[in-house]
Write a protein that binds this ligand. Sequence first.
Ligand code: ZN
Length: 172
Amino acid sequence: MALPRRTDAQLRAAFTGLVVESLAVRQDVARRTVRCAACADVAAEENGDTDPEDPDVNGTDPSDAGSDADSLGGDSSPDLGVGDAVVVVLRNYEGFTWEIQDVSCLAHGVDRVADAVGVEADDQAVVSCVLEAAGYHSPDGTYHPDALTLGDVTVLDYSPAADGYPTSGDDR
Ligand SMILES: [Zn+2]
């Protein structure tokens, strides 16, 4: 028996305050950040790579050297923290608990379940939200005051379990 389709409001209620922690995604509790895997890949590729071409023809001032000490470009940091907008992929296993499958920055996020993980016979959703640090009461009774949680949730896509698996159309 398929589970009833959830409403947008039910999904938002389920995800708001959800702690960013799952088998697939781990937050850095000490730094209160979570990493965009795609950004981390990009950062790793750029690491050790010198600037390919710098078309800076006008900036010939030699006294400029040394002012660029911050070699790590702040723009490409893979770490997402409080106040950052993120795209989160979630899946509801067996109708019980929502599990975060992926957290990405807005640039790397997808907005459809089919593009993110593929549609399967579970409740699945892709949402955009803002990272908050509302704290988390873990099942063992410990309170983590700095844990990252989801806030300001907007449901981008929802694939109910009743949709089942996608029909390929060419089952020979
Ligand atoms: Zn990213």
